[in-house]
Write a protein that binds this ligand. Structure first.
Ligand SMILES: NC(=O)c1ccc[n+]([C@@H]2O[C@H](COP(=O)([O-])OP(=O)(O)OC[C@H]3O[C@@H](n4cnc5c(N)ncnc54)[C@H](O)[C@@H]3O)[C@@H](O)[C@H]2O)c1
Length: 371
């Protein structure tokens, strides 16, 4: 058998999530026997170190024009060091179009905490994707970057590149966009990445457990605080609309009767600078069980936000490449349901995972359905 080729990935937004992903790839390249911390060491024949970054786009002057290995460690990124001794990738971060990527309120904060826009002229992203022969673009733009996300997704459509959409703008879950990717024969996964063990999956699993055990949930909240630029950006409430929809639907979809709006409150709640990339989630469920007797649950989860999402992105990228290899097109349903908060179709976690595993285990020629 010939040598398996690499998965050629372009990233847009070289922030904390991209940094954790890129450092993570190096970590697993150097720890080949370890599957510690991975959902799959081998996913459909691809290993984490098979992911090769071939292009990167950003708009921050501390990243644009810099070698990728320096840019991922540049301020205001604050992810904990995972594998900071990065090799020379031979690529530089290129200037993307700013569009709505940088919110006005971000300018009010000191540079070490916020985005600082570069003066460079944006490159033609479509041309870069062609030239670098990218297979997949991973979208890590800030929450609220609706126009910028659509610009990058449009470049993918024009160049046959898959889109793994890790943020809450609706592309895979927008039937019109999904249809366009399908028509062009391009598989995509989205939207808004779940973390490996994060607030969303815990809240979903708990909601499902209550439901299954006959405990009726009356009210619930999930309050999240953090100190990275993602949380700083989300101080602007107007940018949060899709994030709140994405996080709330992820939990509501587990209940046979969704809660009234006033009884469910889920979202990023505050920016606490000293927390850096440490996200803390406070979760409360109030329910009644046998004979209507009340029951309350409180949970607190403390995680490093960006590695937690990279642990899922590393599977989304490889699954998307397997689907490319098999000639699939359009939104990949079980993978989107398992790996993303706002998929085109919500599924039970176990069901989505089983369908993914069946697809990965099946011989490619049998697998034109059940993606
Ligand atoms: N666990 C997680 O961390 C997690 C989970 C789910 C979703 N997400 C989402 O993933 C996205 C990325 O998160 P992050 O923590 O890396 O954010 P970040 O703030 O660290 O990085 C965003 C990057 O995008 C750059 N940028 C801004 N406008 C741009 C443009 N027009 N073109 C190219 N680059 C641009 C910024 O300079 C910055 O480097 C966010 O939308 C976040 O909500 C993160």
């Amino acid at each position: 058998m010939g040598k398996k080729r690499k998965i050629r990935v372009a990233v847009t937004g070289v922030g904390n999530c991209a940094s954790a992903l890129i450092q993570g790839i190096e970590y697993y390249r150097h720890n080949r026997s370890a599957d510690l911390g991975l959902m799959h060491r081998n996913l459909g024949g691809y290993f984490p170190e098979d992911v090769e970054i071939v292009a990167a786009f950003d708009v921050d002057r501390r990243k644009v024009g810099r070698p990728l290995q320096e840019a991922v460690l540049a301020s205001p990124n604050c992810v904990i060091p995972i594998w900071p001794a990065l090799p020379d990738y031979g690529i530089r971060v290129q200037m993307g179009p700013i569009l709505d990527g940088v919110a006005p309120h971000m300018k009010e904060f000191p540079p070490e905490r916020t985005f600082v826009v570069a003066d460079e002229k944006p490159v033609a992203v479509e041309e870069v994707l062609k030239k670098t022969r990218a297979d997949i673009m991973v979208n890590y733009l800030p929450v609220g970057s609706g126009a910028a996300t659509r610009y990058y997704a449009g470049c993918c459509l024009l160049t046959g590149v898959s889109f793994v959409n890790c943020m809450p703008e609706f592309i895979a879950s927008d039937p019109a966009w999904a249809k366009q990717f399908k028509k062009k024969g391009i598989p995509i996964i989205g939207d808004d990445i779940k973390s490996q063990v994060g607030a969303t999956i815990i809240h979903r699993v708990l909601a499902h457990l209550f439901e299954e055990r006959g405990a009726k949930i009356k009210r619930t909240y999930q309050l999240n605080t953090g100190g990275n630029t993602d949380f700083l950006n989300m101080l602007e409430r107007k940018r949060l609309i899709n994030k709140k929809i994405s996080k709330t639907e992820a939990v509501q979809s587990q209940l046979s009767t969704p809660l009234a709006d006033e009884n469910i409150h889920i979202g990023p709640s505050d920016y606490v600078p000293w927390q850096g990339d440490n996200k803390v989630c406070f979760l409360r469920i109030e329910a009644v069980n046998f004979c209507g007797v009340p029951l309350e649950l409180e949970a607190r989860l403390s995680v490093q936000d960006s590695p937690n999402s990279a642990g899922v992105a590393i599977d989304a990228i490889r699954y998307c490449q397997v689907a490319r290899d098999r000639g699939e097109a359009g939104a990949l349903l079980p993978a989107s349901a398992y790996l993303m908060k706002h998929p085109p179709r919500q599924m039970d976690e176990g069901d989505a995972r089983r369908r993914m595993e069946t697809y990965l285990a099946a011989p490619p020629k049998n697998m034109k359905t059940g993606r």
